[in-house]
Design a protein around this ligand. Structure first.
Ligand SMILES: NC(=O)c1ccc[n+]([C@@H]2O[C@H](COP(=O)([O-])OP(=O)(O)OC[C@H]3O[C@@H](n4cnc5c(N)ncnc54)[C@H](OP(=O)(O)O)[C@@H]3O)[C@@H](O)[C@H]2O)c1
Length: 390
């Protein structure tokens, strides 16, 4: 239980950027865009830094709202997100309400399309097609799950690539996996990261990011002359898209990724697979685990970074964690809790309290990865609006 102190060359070192250094087992530090550098030299451990997803998501939303205001001022119209919901599932309605509320707060226009449970696939595809052609809609989100009589892939594949703000289009996913080829336009929101900006030329879209740089450089806003003389299109893998998602949580907490052993638990298309690709692109050595993986414990024991996206409470035991490791818990699980008025509480996949004692950084559930997902959706919608200017 007791934290040890980082003691180097006879001096106690406080965390470089973050809050409390835990003395005698008091509180954990909380990071929100701050953090500490990994040090192999520490002979003694500090309490885990709790990565505050709410705080970081708030920072991202704030950044998005500044850029949305600039975009709106420059173009005379707000970025627009269309949200399509089929049926009356309460959880889906809640998610949709939260997404629209988040849009309102940052100045993104949201358009709601509520379709009856028995809508045909053809009718739904037609709605998506119409949205593909609307100039005021830059991003399209289909709230999942869809009723059983509808093939979600058929509908999702209808979304135009440059409006695929959820990042589920096969071409976006495929490009995420292709080293050195065109980058995806959008990456699924949960794992999203500071991939170099996405550049596509020719067949689908040509984008001049220099123009965006000029447009969104506040110091040059006044002199901006949109689109008059654009430099020739060229691949630009600069980093002016701020880091986002699971990996944004790592980045904003100053967790080093390059050269580290990363273990990803889960290989789903929406979390495990893309996050493992993103970690690999950041030069981590990545092990992807799934239901058939032998000896999960040993994999986790060797991991500097663990991302768990399984959906099983307590899957990762606290004493498996390598001291100082960074733990990103994507899992959301309801466990019985008679002391809670709802009768349950939400936990992640990782044994939080025990893991916090050994890890260097950890995300709580709730309040870790979850809040980032909507923030990423807002950022993707803004990026989609910028793409539409091209
Ligand atoms: N915070 C957020 O914003 C957010 C967003 C999305 C999802 N989530 C949560 O993240 C979790 C995962 O979501 P998902 O959609 O990726 O789930 P999913 O599609 O069900 O995938 C679960 C993955 O876990 C693997 N798995 C299952 N049991 C395992 C075990 N014992 N050991 C190792 N791997 C195992 C599965 O392996 P196989 O491939 O072999 O079946 C699969 O790859 C869920 O709790 C979900 O609620 C949170």
């Amino acid at each position: 239980m007791n934290a040890e102190l980082m003691f180097v060359s006879g001096m106690f070192l406080a965390s470089r950027n973050s809050g409390l250094l835990r003395l005698g087992g008091c509180s954990a530090r909380v990071s929100g865009g701050v953090g500490r550098a990994w040090t192999g030299r520490s002979r003694v451990r500090m309490a885990a830094e709790v990565i505050d997803g709410r705080l970081i998501a708030g920072q991202v939303r704030e950044e998005v709202s500044v850029e949305v205001a600039e975009y709106t001022k420059q173009t005379g119209k707000a970025p627009g997100l269309a949200v399509v919901i089929v049926g009356t599932r309460k959880d889906s309605q809640t998610y949709v309400r939260n997404k629209r509320r988040a849009c309102d707060k940052v100045g993104i226009a949201s358009f709601l399309f509520e379709l009856p449970e028995d809508v045909s696939q053809g009718e739904l595809v037609k709605v998506v097609d119409d949205l593909n052609n609307r100039n005021d809609v830059h991003g399209i989100l289909i709230q999942l799950p869809l009723p059983e009589h509808i093939q979600p892939e058929e509908v999702l594949d209808t979304i135009r690539l440059e409006k695929d703000v959820d990042g589920f289009h096969p071409l976006n996913i495929g490009r995420l996996c292709m080293n050195g080829r065109e980058k995806p336009l959008f990456i699924p929101c949960t794992p999203k990261v500071n991939l170099p900006n996405h550049y596509m030329n020719g067949d689908v879209l040509a984008v001049d990011y220099n123009r965006y740089d000029r447009m969104f450089d506040r110091s040059k806003l006044q002199s901006n002359r949109f689109a008059k003389q654009l430099p020739p299109a060229r691949p630009d893998f600069g980093s002016h898209v701020p880091p986002q998602g699971c990996i944004e949580l790592l980045d904003r907490s100053n967790v080093p990724i390059e050269g580290k052993n990363a273990v990803v638990l889960g290989r789903s298309n929406i979390v495990g697979m893309p996050v493992s690709m993103l970690l690999m692109q950041r030069n981590a050595t990545v092990t992807v685990c799934h239901r058939f993986t032998d000896d999960l414990e040993n994999k986790v024991r060797n991991a500097d970074i663990v991302v768990s996206a399984v959906g099983r409470a307590g899957l990762v035991k606290g004493d498996w964690v390598k001291p100082g490791a960074a733990l990103i818990d994507v899992g959301i699980n309801a466990v019985d809790d008679p002391s809670d008025k709802r009768g349950y509480r939400l936990v992640g996949d990782i044994e939080y309290e025990a893991a916090k004692e050994r890890s260097g950084w950890i995300t709580p559930v709730p309040g870790g990865v979850g809040p980032m997902t909507i923030a990423m959706l807002l950022r993707n919608t803004l990026e989609a609006a910028k793409l539409a200017m091209g």
